[in-house]
Ligand binder design. Sequence first.
Ligand SMILES: Cc1cc2nc3c(=O)[nH]c(=O)nc-3n(C[C@H](O)[C@H](O)[C@H](O)COP(=O)(O)OP(=O)(O)OC[C@H]3O[C@@H](n4cnc5c(N)ncnc54)[C@H](O)[C@@H]3O)c2cc1C
Ligand code: FES
Ligand code: FES
Length: 1312
Amino acid sequence: MSSSTLTAPLQPRLRLRLSHLVYFPCAYGGLPYPVGCGKSGLGPRVFVSRKRRQLVCVCLCPASAALPNCSVQQSMEISTHQEPFIYVNDKRYEITRDCDPEMSLNDFLRDTLNLKGTKVMCREAGCGCCTVCAVYKHPATGEIESKPVNSASLADGFGSQCGYCSPGFVMSAYSQLRDNPKATKLEVEHFFDGNICRCTGYRPILDSMKSFACDAGKAGGCLEDLERGCCRSQVGKVPTSGVAAIARGWKGQKFYNPGTLKELLTLLGRLRNDNYRLVFGNTSSGVFKEDAIADHYVNIRNVPELYKIEETEASLEIGSNLTLHDLLVLFARVANDNKQAGRAYLGQFSRHLQQVANQAVRRNGCWAGNLMLKLAHPEFPSDLFVLMAASGAIVKVADSIDGGAAVQEYTMTDFLRQDMRGRVVTSALLPLSGGVGQRFGSFKITPRALNAHAYLNAAFNVSVDSANGYTVTDRPRIVYGGVCDKFNHAVKTENYLQNKSLIDQETVNGAIKVLESELNPAEEATWSSPQHRRSLASNLLYKFILGVASAALPAADSSGAQVFVRRVQSAEQDFEQEPSELPSAPLGRACPKPEARGQTAGEAQYVNDAPSRSNELFGAFVLAQEAPAKLKGFGTEEAEQVPGYDRLITAKDLEGRYDNNYVSALIPPQFAQTEEILVTTEVRYAGQPLAIVLAKSQRAADRAAALVTVDLEQTGEPITSVAEAVAKASVVMEPPVETVGSEDVAKELDSQPCRIEGQIVVNEQAHFFMESLTASVTPCEEGLLISVPHQWADALVMTLRRVLRRPANELRVVTPRIGGGFGGKLIMSDLIACATCVAADIAQQPVRMYLTLASNMQLAMKRPGMLLRYKGAVNAEGKLRAADWEINNEVGYTVNMQTSSSTPWTWGYRCPNYSFRIRHMRTDKPESTFVRGPGPAVSSLANLLLMDHLAFEAGMDPIEFKFNNLYKDGDGDNFQRMWSELLQLADIEARRKEIEEFNKANTFRKRGLDMTAVSYQIGYDRGRPSQVYLTVQGSDGSVTLTHSGAEMGQGLGVKCAQAVAAKLNIDLTLIKLKPTDSHVTPNNDVTGGSSTSEWNCQAAVNAAEQINQRLETLRAANPQDSWPALVGKAVSAGICLAAMGVFTADNAGRKAGRYCSTGVGAVEAEVDVLTGLYEIRRVDITMDVGRSINPGVDIGQIEGAFVMGMGYYLMERTVYDADSGRNLTDSTWEYKVPQAADTPRDFRVHILKSTSNPAAAMSTKAIGEPPICLAPLCVTAIKRAVEAYREARGKPRRHLTFDMPLTPERYCKPRI
Ligand SMILES: Cc1cc2nc3c(=O)[nH]c(=O)nc-3n(C[C@H](O)[C@H](O)[C@H](O)COP(=O)(O)OP(=O)(O)OC[C@H]3O[C@@H](n4cnc5c(N)ncnc54)[C@H](O)[C@@H]3O)c2cc1C
Ligand code: FES
Ligand code: FES
C-alpha cells in the first residue's frame, strides 16, 4: 500500500491516524450484494446480485482481529451487565461466556451461523480464501471505519474458474478499495499478495479488479452501492473487561480483555508464572502453530497506551500495537514529509515492509508480535528485527513487577536476551539523527515475489563521506536474518569497514572475505543450502555497496544495485468469436459461466458448505508421523477430553465388515496392490491414515485427532526422493523398452557427428487445490448419499461397492462442483470418500470430513518426482536424428498408478528414432498420481532441455535449431504457421536485439528469451460413455442439464449449456446446470485428460437432437410458436421431453492419440544475477484450439495452466524429513505456489484463427492441460540470461544443467 492512504501530516506529538480496516483471514467473508454493474464480453466488470445475503458486515467492538485463529472472544462486545455479543450482517448474536476462546471467527461464522460465503483452507493466513472485512471503533482514537462486506464480481470477466478462491479475492479487493478508493492499478494488484488462486493464472482476476483503479480509464463498478447494508450504527464504544476473565474454554482456558496499560500489567503480574499468551493479531499462530495454545489469553488491542506515535528531532517513537501496515504508511509519510537526512531511511523501511507477509497479516499483526516471534524462535528470519536492528532502534519494555513505573530500554540485540514473562513491549524508538552521509539499504530474497519468508534478509546502515572516496565514517550496522539462530550482526565486517573506502576494490573484496569468515549458515531441511545463503549474504553486501557508490561506478555496474520493482501487468487476449451474438447461438462465443456469479458472490455451495445437521458427526484422520513402521496401538485418553469427541475408528472396526482397501476398482485385480483405508499393521509412508476420530464439529475432530497417541515402531529408513530410490536401486517395475523408428537407437546415436547426454532431476508437485479433500455421507433409506468433489463418480461407486459390500444402486455419488481438482480428486477423493462412508455406516449418522491443509499435504499423492537420463544426436545439418530416454519415475509406496508410462517423448520436433525405458521407483511416500498434464508436463520440460543441450553442442542458436526440427504443417497441426505467426506477433527478432543491447548495458541484470512448441496427444481410447441428461420443463421451457463430467472450473458446464442452447435454439439463460449424479448419468468416464468437455458437449448435442427430433412434427406445424409454447404443446401431446445423450470416445483405429493439441510459446525473463531473483517479463502463447466452443474459457485454461506450470518448474518444492519420512513442506509457509505478483508482467495469449479439428468431437481441441507444457520456457529463458552473464564475465563456455524446480538457489552463485 502506498503512502497515499495517509493524508494528514504527522505532528511531533501523539497522533493516531490508523486504518481500521480489518481483514479476517480464517474468519469470514461472504458476498452478499455486490458492486455496480458491467458490460458484456471478456472485459472486466462487476455485477449486482442480491439473491442470498450470505454475510454483509461484522461489527467488532474490541477491534480484535486474530489470524488465523481469530477467536470469537476477540470480536465481541462485552459489558458487565449482559452476555457478550457480536454483530454480523447488522444482526446481533449473543455469545455465551463459556464459548471456547480458541474458537475461530471463521468457525463461528461458518459452523454456528451457517454462513458459508467465506471459505476455509489453510488456517495460516497464507491463502486468503477466508478474507473478511470488519468494522470497529479504534480503541485509542474512537474513530469508526465502517467496512461493509460486499462482493465485486469477477464472474463476467472469467476471473472465476473453480470459484473457491473468488470470495476471498472479492473481499480483499473490496476491503482495500474502501480503505484506498484512489488506488492505482499497481496498488490494486498488490491487494492480492495474500490470495492464492490455483486455477486462473490471476490475469483475469487482476484485470477485473484493476477496473476499479483510479488510473484504469474506465469505471468498473459503483462503490456507493456498497454503503447499503453497512451496519456502522452497531459499532459501539470500545468495551473492555478490566482484569476479569470474560470467557472460559473447554480446558478452563480464560480470555481477558484489559482496557488500560495498568490493567494489563496487573493481569501480567497475576499470570506471570502461568501459561499465558498476549494476543494482538494472533497471526504468529499461522507460523508457529504450537505457540498458539495457552491457558490464558490476554487481548491487548484495547490498551490505548500501546498505540503511541511520537516524532521528535531525534527519534520516532512507535507504540507496540501499531500494525505492520500502520508502520508502512507512517514511515513512508515521515520520510516524504520531512526530507531531513536522518528520516530518509524510513522510506526504504516502508518499501521493505511491503514485502513482509501479506495485506491481511500486515493489517492485523503488530511489530511487537513479530519481534516476540524472533525472541521465541531466534532462527526466525524476522524482517522487522533486521530492519530495526540496522536502524539502531531501542525497544521499551514495561514490567508488571513495578507496574510499569520504570520502563526499561534495550538495544535490539539485548532485547533478544530478555525473559519477557510478566512484561510487555510498550514502544520502540527509531533514531532520526543520521547525517547526510547516512545510507540505508535492505533486501529480502524470497522463493516467491511476495508473501514469503526470506531465504535471507539483510539491512545495512552506513555513514559515508562521498567526497572522500565513500569512506565509511562511523561504525556501520550490518544485520542478516536467516543465517542461523545466533547470527544477526556481522560484527567483524562492521569493524572491518570502518574508515575504509567503499570504492576501493580491495576493501570490497576484504569485506566479503571477512563476512564469509564469520558466516556459518545453519543446515536446515526446509531452508536453502548454507552455500546458497553464504553466497547471497556476500552478494547482498556487494549489492548494497554498489548502491552506495553508484555515482562513482560505470553505469553498467550500477545495475547490480537495482532491485526488481514489479510493473503492473499488461495482457492481451487475441481470439475470434463466432459472428452471431444471438443468445441462442452461443457456440464459439466467450460466454461467462452461468455459475460464476454465484461463486464470486459466495452463494455457490461446495460440499463442505452444506449446512450442518444436528446429528452430524465430523471426521479427522490420525496420520502416521513416521514410516516405514509397524502400528502397535492407540491411546485416546487426552482426545476423549475434547468436548464433542465421539469415537475412534481403526482398522479393527473394519475387519470382517468392509474391504479395507480403496484401490480403484478399475485396476485389474491381478495387478492391483492393496491400498488400505486405515492401516492394519504396516505403515508405508508418513502421513498414512491410521484411524478416524469422529466428533461433533470439525474443529473438535481435528483437535482430538492431534491428541490421539499412536504407538509406532519404525522398521527402517525411509526413501524420500527419486534420486535416493535410484541410488538404492529401489525399482518396482520395469516395462519393456519402447522404440520408435530404428530398432537400434544406440547405433543411430553413435553414427551422428554431434552427440550429447545428460541428466535432469525434477521435483514432485502438489495439486494444492483450494478446496481441501472432503466428503459428506448421509445414511438414508435408499442407502448412502455420498456428496464428494470427485473427478470420476462411477469409479468411486465401483470402489465403494467393493469396500462397503453393497449394491451400486444403494450408493449415490453426487458432485455438486469441485473447488480445484487438477487430477487430485480422483484417487485421493476415493480415500476420503471410502473413509467417510465407512465412518457413517458404522455410526449410522451423517459424517463429514474436511481435511486440514497439513493433513491434505501429508497424505496427498503428488506429481511424481523424476530422474531422467537422456542421450541425443543431430546430423551435420542440425537435424535431430535420435534420442534415448531413461525415465526413473517415482511411484511412491505402491505401483498402482503409473502416470508416465504412455507419455510420448517428442514434443513438436521430429525425431525419427528414439527409445525410452521407464523404471518405476518405489519410495516410502504416498502413491504418485495425476496432476495437470501428468507425464507431458515433465516430458515437455525434458524434451526442451534435450533440444537446448543439442543446440548448444551443435553450436546453433536454440530458437533456430528448434525451428529447424519443427514438424512440418500436416505432420503435426499448424506448427510452422503458428511459429512464424508468433515470430511476428511477439516481435521476436527485434526483441532479441533489444535484449542483446540490454545485456551489454547491464553487468548484473541479464535477460533471455526462448521459444518452443507443444504437441500434446489427446487419447480417445476410453470406451466408457460421456452422458448428458436433459429435461425440458413443459411449464416454461426451462431446461435442466446434468452432465457426467465433473465441473472443476474448466468450463465443462457452460460449454455443454452452449451446445444445448445452440441445438435447441434457445436462450442460454434457460438452461440450469445440475450436480453430477451417479444415479442420473451412471457408468460415466473420468474427467481428466482435458477432453471431457468436448465429449460431454457431443453428448449434450446428442441429447438436444433427440428432443429436436421428437419436436420436429410439432415445430413444422407451429412454426410461429415460441419455445415455451412449443414445449407446452409437446407435453399435451404426450411427447417425452427428457433425453439422455451419449458419446463414447474411441481412437478411431489410431494407436496413440486421436489428435494433438498444439501450440507455440515465447518467454522473456530477466534475472538479477546477484540475488537469483527473476521476473518473467513477457509471455506470448499461440494455441490451436480447433474451433473453440468458448474462447473466454479456453483463454482462462491457457493462462491457468501456464502459471501452474511456472509453479512446477520454478517454485514448488517439497522436502521430507530424512529420519521420519514426513513431509516438512505441508503448509503455505513452506510450500509456495505462484501468486499474482509472480505471473508474467506482459501476458499475451493468442488463439489460432481460422482453424478446425475434424478429428475431435465438436471440431475443437482439448485445452485444460496442454499449455502447461509451454511453461518450461521460463526455465530456458532464465538459462539464456544466466548464460549471457557468464559470457560477459568471460567464464568458460559450458552447457548448464539445473535440477528442478529452478529456484534462485540453483543458479545464484557467488559474485566473483
Ligand atoms: C502468512 C504469514 C506470513 C508472514 N510473513 C512474514 C515475513 O515475511 N516476514 C516477517 O518478518 N514476518 C512474517 N510473518 C510474521 C508476522 O509478521 C507476525 O506473525 C506478526 O507480526 C505478529 O504480530 P501479531 O500481532 O499477530 O502477534 P501475535 O500473534 O498476537 O503475538 C505473537 C507473540 O507476541 C507476543 N506479543 C504481542 N504483542 C506483545 C507485546 N506488546 N509485548 C510482549 N509480547 C507481545 C504474544 O504474546 C505472542 O507470543 C508472517 C506471518 C504470517 C501468518
Ligand atoms: S488464509 Fe484463512 S484459510 Fe487460508
Ligand atoms: S478459481 Fe481460483 S482457485 Fe479455482
